[in-house]
Ligand binder design. Sequence first.
Ligand code: SAM
Length: 286
Amino acid sequence: MSTTMDVPTRTQADYSQMQRAFYNERAQTLDDAKELVHLDFERAQRQAAATHAQMLLDFVQRTHPLARSTHDVPALFQSATAMPEGFRALDFGCGVGRLMEPLAQAGIAVDGVDISERMLGFAQANPALKTSRFYLGSGADCGEAPGEAYDLIYSHLCIQHICSRTVRQNLLRSFRALLRPGGVVFIQFHYYPEHMAGTVPLPHVPWSADHFSAEGTNSEADVWATPDELPLIYEDFSRHFDDLRLQFLTFPKGTVLFTDAYRAWFGHLVVSGSVGPRLAKRFYQS
Ligand SMILES: C[S@@+](CC[C@H](N)C(=O)[O-])C[C@H]1O[C@@H](n2cnc3c(N)ncnc32)[C@H](O)[C@@H]1O
């Protein structure tokens, strides 16, 4: 008879090792790597414009200087389009660099972190990213990426594949350490409005879980954020960041998502926050 005692306890490190092996083994060619990023990579590339709009506008809304005169609304709009001098961004779980490329082409300094040497290799080989630096993460950190060096750390289509709240908490701590004062995190993952933690079907798990024994990742075993666990999500982000914003994008019912992995109705949840209560200060210090 087998008991749970027969199964050695898996740790956070085992989980990260499984994730790295998963991506390294499957990303044999650039096409394989693109398919891991998105089953319809070209469509995902087109969606990058909407992602950048949402992300960069959130960033400048948090960082632009306020117009001096309270009546100068045109000056407000003008200042709200300025990027700070020396701006540098970090893409966490950068994959082949889908979201880095348009930034780099616009002259924006952007670096990448990934758990997979093979994914990083494909990003590094992209001539459009020749000025970017790349870092191999342990799975729960950003590797050798420099501390207090970034104005923006963003992550798309990655955090939803990390089935451990502990790992995600360690990652948020790492992001905080790499951001400059006033820096911004912008993290996207999947949200399932019609589920509760207790109804998330295996092999997927709710936000609260530490599913170190997961055998797969990248949609084979995902974390599903649910309405009842929003307080936990808030708790995890508010431990390191201020001025939190939770932005829900729920796709209209019936949206065709072309893969069985997404049979349940879901949307995106983006959590953004700042290092320091810069937005709040505008109110309580004026
Ligand atoms: C679906 S791809 C998305 C790539 C990219 N963010 C994009 O949107 O084009 C997920 C990427 O996250 C990376 N990844 C998954 N878990 C990670 C972890 N714990 N630490 C760092 N990278 C991770 C994978 O290696 C893979 O390159």
